[in-house]
Design a protein around this ligand. Structure first.
Ligand SMILES: C[S@@+](CC[C@H](N)C(=O)[O-])C[C@H]1O[C@@H](n2cnc3c(N)ncnc32)[C@H](O)[C@@H]1O
Length: 241
């Protein structure tokens, strides 16, 4: 599968894994660890280089399979080792049997998936009845395309506020996240995700909108209100029996 994640896997691995990113080390990984039962079976959808999969093996003794369509991510995941098994595959057609997992995790993946209906149907298919789905997204309300800090010097005194882009419009955008690194993002309103999840038999049991962690805030001291704008949305679903 030709995928920008194949050509840009190294960017992701250098910038966001192995302790490089405080949002992962201080917030995302602990949240995931707290939502998974020790010793359970887990499918990590869009596993990347495997940091979530490794964590669940190392810290909780889980039996983990990581799936990703980018060969460059799977190759690095296998090289980093740590106990999970890896498979090449996309979220809309997961290469695993039905009703086989206690839990599934998708961490910062669905904003890169075009067919959200098929992907959520697949989550419901592979979970055992009563199974858990941990769903982590860039916050779809506050991190829409064209959202960001505005420093308004046209008013006196100058104002600083967080602008929200067009929230209700579903949009596919290609963003240059670093010089020469172009990544495709899909924006959808939160209701689109929730109602699709409900339709496939996933029931919402928990929602967190955490303040960005200290390590992130320290890198953005020019925005004193940054602690009040969540970047992450964490949802926990249970597969209805
Ligand atoms: C932002 S990275 C997150 C990786 C990993 N979940 C983590 O948290 O470290 C997004 C990952 O989603 C994968 N991805 C992109 N499209 C996908 C799809 N249709 N199905 C499954 N994974 C996909 C990419 O290859 C990439 O590894």
């Amino acid at each position: 599968m030709s995928d920008p994640w194949d050509s840009h896997a190294q960017w992701w691995q250098e910038e966001f894994t192995d302790g490089a990113d405080p949002e992962y080390s201080e917030q995302i990984l602990p949240l995931i660890e707290s939502g998974i039962d020790a010793g359970s079976t887990v499918l990590d959808i869009g596993t990347g280089e495997g940091q979530v999969a490794r964590l669940l093996v190392e810290r909780l003794g889980c039996e983990v399979i990581g799936v990703d369509p980018a060969g460059a991510q799977i190759a690095e995941a296998e090289a980093r080792g740590g106990g999970p098994t890896y498979l090449l595959g996309g979220a809309d057609s997961l290469p695993v049997p039905s009703a086989a997992f206690d839990s599934a995790v998708a961490c910062l993946v669905f904003e890169h998936i075009g067919d959200v209906d098929a992907a959520l149907r697949e989550v419901a298919r592979i979970l055992k009845p009563g199974g858990t789905f941990l769903f982590l997204l860039n916050h779809p309300l506050l991190q829409t395309p064209d959202s960001g800090w505005i420093d308004d010097h046209m008013v006196d005194p100058p104002e600083q506020y967080w602008q929200i882009g067009p929230y209700l419009e579903e949009a596919e955008t290609v963003e240059q996240v670093q010089k020469g690194v172009f990544i495709t993002f899909f924006h959808r309103p939160l209701s689109r995700y929730l109602n699709t999840a409900f339709d496939v038999g996933l029931s919402l049991t928990r929602m967190e909108e955490p303040s960005p962690p200290q390590g992130f805030l320290e890198r953005a001291p020019e925005y004193p209100a940054a602690a009040s704008i969540p970047r992450l949305l964490f949802l926990r679903f249970t597969k209805i029996d």
